[in-house]
Ligand binder design. Sequence first.
Ligand code: ADP
Length: 296
Amino acid sequence: MKAKILDGKKTAQDIRNEIKAEVDQLRSRGLRPPHLVAILVGDNPASHTYVRGKMRACAEVGFDSTNKHLPASTTEQELLGWVKTYNEDPLVDGILVQMPLPEHIVPQNITKTIVPHKDADGFHPLNVGLMTLNFPGILSATPAGIMELIDRYEIPTKGKHVVIAGRSRIVGRPISILMSRGGQPGEATVTICHRYTPPELLKQMCLQADIVIVAVGKPGLITADMIKEDAVVIDVGINRIEAPEKKSGYRLVGDVDFDAVAEKASYITPVPGGVGPMTVAMLLSNTLHSYKRSHG
Ligand code: ADP
């Protein structure tokens, strides 16, 4: 394999160690640790796995955590009630509501109700606005994780062409802003492709890219013939595909045809073990920042 691995698993471990050292300091000064609340509605198995992982990460760094599991029949009003309870609780520093929510709940109504300074995922419109204007605020966790990974591997972005596939509120859109705004990483020329980008145009754009970031949710979308020699490839896709040989019955793949693309790229993120663990590390980091802010 030619490409170097952008090891999100290891980098996230480094970040968790740094956070743990800060939490140990707080404890030694007699202060309470930061506290993250995750609210999970319903029984989506992938969501359960994600929330369990987030709770495990909290335990590892010494955070307090609460896993609030609500039935799928929870109404929007009831869920908003829980969010408001945690908003007002001075012993809670970070709140996240695991997506996707059941169909009868409008996710934007929940996102905008979380008080912005406890918005661990960084999805609140105020935080997205602050990010867009390059003001200090909480960054969306997955885009922040990608920026952190690129930063720690010292991958240059200034003046580079970054092509993003996907324009979702939580990944594609915010990463496009972070990559084009001032700062390092940043200062890139950015192209966003989405569901209405004709496949031929997506290929043309990717072939021009120094950095390709893919957040679509389609296994095999990005193939080696779409990638320039020595490009950096960041795969945000997490797709479950059937694998009868596995005990779980499935395995995880990204949106990139990993084996073939890794023969052309200079750097590539694996799935799993790339962007996923970085997202969780940034959740912890956002919660720690909220804590520090409220403790002066
Ligand atoms: P995530 O939460 O991982 O960002 P979403 O499912 O919310 O993913 O969004 C998927 C995104 O992928 C959408 O913005 C959609 O426009 C984009 N998309 C869908 N098909 C294609 C495609 N063929 N090429 C590029 N982007 C696509």
